[in-house]
Ligand binder design. Structure first.
Ligand code: FAD
Length: 558
């Protein structure tokens, strides 16, 4: 039996090595059109910044090491040009010699990944994606020529774009970040993304949202808002689409997302052809619809699963995709899972929102750092629809706990009952995930009614009275316009001073507000707690200001 694998990185190489472990007799040939196989694409930005100092660290395997250990026939610089599904052959071009050949297979695995979205072409302007070792070599060459004064425009404020920005700053480049949408990191909701834009700007990045590159002239790029921005180099990171062209030409079924359609065992519409990775559509965990999630974990997992299926040993179907992802940028950690509120709103799906701002570990133990958490919950079932966390320490494990909870079908309230590891330097006796569960449970039972940051203005316009229950010292450092200050500890005695009107209470993060809301509601007031308190409201305001700023930006040369 002979298996041909197209693409020799995440999904393809996981499949190849797994298949060898399952079947010693099979002939396994991997065609990779790039110069390197099994390289660390997720590490590429960090070689630009010098964090991964040695280029060789990115090259995890070579055709020789894979032949020695796994008896794989790996051909780099070999591009598969076409598939003849009826004849069960592929046409392969050796990119070094230009020679083409026709190769037969019994099973074929497509692991050709994704293609970068084409940006505006800029004649005379070095423009590179950040997807291969060759790309990094080109970027490093331009940066080397420009010295410490390089001006770089990064297009796309997604995960790879922000990783590029961080590493360019480490190279002392002057960075402009251009984003077509009206916020950075569009997988986040705006109030969660606001602080990230602020951190970028504080670090000296010129963030330009609501615009894109439309052209270039010597040493400058031209943006759609008319601005001219100095540039020695453009890094194109504005997104990817599935590499499905071979599959389409071969007559395989392409799904509604543009990705290759596969069944739960990674088999395409042709029974001898399998597909995995960024080129393939997945089943969404929330609505069970086809979706695109371009992450390494899924590519690796599905590569392994495809090998099991090809070898005839598969016993389980692929789990739906959650989209769990994480990013480190400028000391911040940003993590998310499931759907965001924008997507829920667009789909018209009912949802409840919870914001919290817990500490990474016990506040009395040195080094605790605050994080912002957002949980999205289906009101009818209490199911977790998504979560976003922005902070520093401890973000990674909280998002993973929530991802596990979603996979296991735990409810939002159920997070409060998880028994999680605690010692003061790692967590709190009530872990941030437990706290999220408590707040979700309070919302579910109706013991506290909350109001979101973007609902406050309308509530106050219709007569609600805003009461800031923080201390007067906190109130003096900044307050929401129109708020009365009535500190929590005085509320029991002074609540009669409150007007006979709907009350909205708020504190710094929502916790004292919850206590105030419980107290006032038991004293007969109609009261809601501003979810996430001052911090979430401020972040929302910041996001709104960023959007307004991008809308009103005047053309400028930088
Ligand atoms: P790839 O790993 O991209 O491999 C596809 C290969 O197929 C390519 O090498 C390509 O040259 C080859 N190919 C395509 N067409 C042909 C053909 N016709 N013939 C021969 N070969 C062909 N994901 C995370 O989860 N976390 C991260 O931190 C993360 N960081 C990333 C950072 C960067 C800079 C990049 C680029 C990606 C990152 N990703 C990350 C995404 C992750 O790398 C991908 O989801 C994953 O590699 C997809 O695996 P794949 O096998 O589908 O495609």
């Amino acid at each position: 039996m002979k298996t041909i694998i197209i693409g020799g990185v995440a999904g393809g190489m996981s499949a190849a090595t797994r298949l060898r472990r399952l079947d010693e007799q099979r002939e396994i040939v991997v065609y990779e059109r790039g110069s390197h196989v099994s390289f660390a694409n997720c590490g590429l930005p960090y070689h630009v910044g010098g964090v991964i100092a040695e280029r060789s660290s990115l090259l995890l395997q070579t055709p020789e090491t894979l032949a020695a250990r796994f008896a794989l026939d790996v051909r780099v610089r070999h591009e598969v040009m076409a598939i003849d599904a009826a004849a069960k052959t592929v046409i392969v071009r050796d990119l070094t010699t230009g020679a083409t050949s026709t190769e037969a297979y019994d099973d074929l695995l497509l692991a050709a990944g994704a293609t970068a979205q084409a940006g505006a072409t800029s004649p005379g302007m070095p423009t590179h994606t950040l997807r291969s070792v060759d790309d990094v070599d080109h970027i490093n060459a331009v940066l080397g020529q420009s010295g410490a004064s390089a001006h770089v425009v990064v297009v796309g404020a997604g995960f790879i774009g922000l990783e590029a920005v961080e590493n360019l700053l480490a190279r002392q480049a002057t960075v402009t970040l251009v984003q077509r949408g009206n916020q950075v990191l569009s997988p986040l909701d705006p109030e969660m993304a606001g602080p990230i834009q602020q951190a970028l700007e504080t670090a000296g990045v010129d963030v330009r949202t609501g615009t894109t590159i439309v052209g270039a002239s010597a040493g400058f790029v031209i943006l759609s808002d008319g601005a001219r921005v100095r540039a020695d180099l453009v890094i194109e990171a504005s997104g990817v689409r599935p590499e499905a062209s071979l599959a389409r030409s071969a007559g395989l079924r392409i799904g509604p997302t543009g990705g290759i359609a596969v069944d739960a065992r990674q088999r395409t519409s042709d029974p001898s052809i399998w597909a995995v990775g960024d080129g393939v559509e997945k089943v969404d965990h929330i609505d069970a619809e086809p979706t695109l999630v371009t992450m390494a974990g899924l590519a690796n997992r599905h590569g392994r699963a495809a090998a099991d299926a090809i070898a005839g040993t598969a016993t389980t179907d692929a789990a739906p995709a959650l989209g769990t992802s994480i990013l480190g940028v400028l000391g911040l950690t940003v993590a998310l899972v499931g759907w965001n509120e924008k997507r829920l709103q667009a789909a018209g799906r009912p949802h409840r929102v919870v914001h919290t701002h817990p500490s990474s570990h016990a506040g009395y133990y040195p080094g605790a750092q605050q994080m912002a958490m957002k949980l999205l919950v289906e009101p009818e079932t209490d199911a977790i629809l998504g979560a976003q966390i922005v902070g520093r320490d401890g973000v990674d494990k909280r998002i993973d706990v929530i991802a596990v909870a979603m996979t296991a079908g735990l409810t939002a309230s159920g997070l409060s009952r998880l028994e999680l590891a605690y010692a003061p330097q790692y967590a709190s006796a009530k872990d941030p995930v437990n706290l999220l569960g408590y707040v979700a449970e309070n919302a579910k039972t109706g013991s506290t009614r909350s109001l979101q940051w973007h609902e406050l203005e309308a509530a106050m316009a219709t007569g609600a009275v805003l009461v800031d229950v923080r201390s007067s010292a906190e109130y003096q450092t900044g307050s929401i316009p129109g708020a009365l200050n009535l500190p929590l500890d005085e509320l029991r005695e002074r609540h009669t001073e409150l007007p006979d009107a709907p009350i909205v209470v708020h504190c710094q993060v929502g916790q004292r507000g919850h206590t105030a809301a419980r107290l006032l509601s038991q004293l007969g007031h109609d009261v809601r707690n501003l979810d996430g308190g001052w911090l979430t409201w401020s972040a929302g305001l910041l996001a709104a200001a960023n959007r307004a700023d991008s809308a009103s930006r005047v053309p400028a040369i930088r």
